[in-house]
Design a binder for this molecule. Structure first.
Ligand code: GRF
Length: 236
């Protein structure tokens, strides 16, 4: 296998997606290695989890920098010092500036808790419930200048169940996120998903004759969570 891609994860909080990426990368056959974790918040729970797994961590807080550009610049310098080839945003709660985004274009990815392009921004689960959609999920995409707008790499779907509240729905989506993000980072690290001309170009999969690519891009769609016929019977 060619060299594993050096990946740095940016977090602001809990770090459960970061943890899923670290777990996937603990397999030496996985095409990316997590070489560092950067948080803009000193109290991010994910920092302790990363450190406990032997990953280098850095806190780079906005308050320690005179401007947004200076903050972005410090993060960029840290990425360079880690030798980062890929940047994975995992619950990083700040908008990165144009200069930073352009520098890492095609090499920076993010996970969003909704099936983009629906529900960009915050409070996706509450908005999904209000909208009454029956299928929700998560998306990994390349990061571009507009928030939650970059080319989609992979998605996973989950049902919205009768009686769901924001917490139950968030938990179901999060479980899917933890499968999806390692899969999507693996595709990017292997060069099987590339950003080209503002779109994601997916490699041709050798075993695509049976259309398995779409299953790869959306792992276990619905299957694990529910019986579709049952869902159809109880869905108003
Ligand atoms: C996830 O739901 C992710 O999709 C969103 O922020 C949340 C981060 O959770 N961008 P965690 O820190 O990975 O647990």
């Amino acid at each position: 296998m060619s060299a594993r891609k050096r990946t740095v994860v940016l977090i602001s909080g809990r770090g459960s997606n970061m943890t899923a990426l670290i777990a996937a990368a603990s397999n030496p056959d996985y095409p990316a290695e997590i070489v560092g974790v950067i948080s803009d918040r000193a109290n991010a729970a994910g920092l302790g989890i990363a450190a406990a797994r032997g990953i280098a961590t850095k806190v780079i807080s906005r308050a320690d920098h005179s401007s947004k550009e200076a903050h972005d610049g410090a993060i960029d310098a840290a990425l360079v010092s880690f030798g980062a080839e890929i940047v994975a945003l995992a619950g990083y709660m700040r908008i990165l500036g144009a200069r930073f985004v352009e520098k890492w274009l095609g090499r920076m990815i993010n996970i969003h808790p909704a099936l983009l392009p629906a529900f960009k921004g915050l409070d996706t689960h509450a908005r999904a419930l209000r909208a009454g959609i029956r299928i929700h999920g998560c998306t990994v995409h390349f990061v571009t200048l507009d928030m939650d707008d970059g080319p989609i790499i992979a998605q996973a779907a989950v049902p919205v169940m009768v009686g769901d509240n924001e917490d139950t729905l968030a938990a179901r989506v999060l479980k899917a996120e933890h499968r999806l993000y390692p899969l999507a980072l693996g595709l990017v690290a292997e060069g099987k998903a590339r950003m080209e001309g503002g779109r994601t170009v997916l490699a041709h999969f050798a075993d695509d004759a049976d259309n398995s690519t779409s299953v790869v891009m959306a792992p276990d769609p619905l299957r694990e969570e529910t019986d579709l016929e049952h869902l159809a019977r109880i869905t108003p």
